[in-house]
Design a protein around this ligand. Structure first.
Ligand code: URA
Length: 256
């Protein structure tokens, strides 16, 4: 894993004091009972002093908590970029099928990370995972028009005429898609950039111009671009710049 096992904890509201066991469990470091055991064993310090009671209240932003020798770095929200491989469902559980959160270490799953939006089971590429529900909700709202680009390969050659039809909008079963951009990079492949996210949208759009999608990979999502250093199935936290760009995009618009 590219993230070298460093823990990226989070908490509730950073301004409030929270129970130590809750902090450690929300940070994904331990279950509450494990946190209690670690405290009893003298493995937890707060501001340099060993704390044996896990019901102690601490301030996640100002108290220096160390768990088993590792500083607990308070993060309210976590954002990861995953290079989704084929065969994984974009969900946190799916009745026994492999899901994208299976690719993350246990501590992230404990933190409640979920995929922001869906890719089909065999679609590859950029997937954002976060535990910031309100931000995900805003990014996914139809009116947000967040840009997503996909590299596609289709079952038969596609010409400029078909590309122009896709760009203008096609009827995918009672809904006419918004204008988009299509760049053909070969006879049967290209990059399509859309600003919405209807169910199976690219596949259904391609069907309307007489071809079938045979491969699909998401390259961008809003300001995020798939990191070429990530192998399929690998993930990394967003950089601070990527996080800020995402938060700026999702910020509620000012009313005048
Ligand atoms: N459009 C599709 O058809 N499938 C995806 O996974 C994403 C967009």
């Amino acid at each position: 894993m590219p993230f070298g096992g460093r823990l990226l904890p989070l908490g509730g509201d950073g301004g409030e004091a929270v129970r130590l066991d809750r902090l450690l469990s929300e940070c994904g470091l331990a279950s509450r009972s494990e946190a209690a055991r670690a405290c009893r064993a003298g493995q937890v310090t707060v501001n340099g002093a060993v704390v044996r009671r896990s019901d102690l209240h601490v301030s996640p932003e100002t108290d220096a908590v160390v768990f088993c020798g590792r500083p607990v770095l308070y993060r309210r929200f976590v954002y990861l970029m995953l290079n989704k491989p084929a065969g994984y469902v974009s969900a946190t559980e799916d009745g026994g099928s492999a899901v994208v959160t299976d690719l993350l270490p246990e501590e992230y799953r404990r933190m409640g990370l979920f995929p922001c939006g869906r890719l089909d089971k065999y679609t590859l590429g950029l997937m954002l995972l976060t535990n910031n529900g309100p931000l995900a909700h805003r990014l996914l709202a139809p009116k947000s028009h967040v840009t997503k680009s996909y590299a596609f390969t289709v079952s038969a050659p596609l010409g400029q005429r078909e590309a122009a039809m896709l760009e203008a909008g096609v009827d995918i079963g009672g809904y006419v898609t918004r204008p988009c951009r299509v760049e053909l990079t070969g006879p049967d492949c290209g990059i399509i950039t859309i600003t919405e996210g209807k169910y199976h949208q690219i596949k259904r759009m391609m069907e309307q111009v007489g071809v079938r999608v045979t491969a699909l990979e998401r390259l961008t999502f809003g300001p995020l671009a798939l990191d070429p250093a990530l192998e399929r199935g690998q993930w990394r936290p967003l950089t601070p710049e990527e996080e800020s760009a995402l938060e700026a995009l999702a910020a509620p618009s000012e009313r005048v």
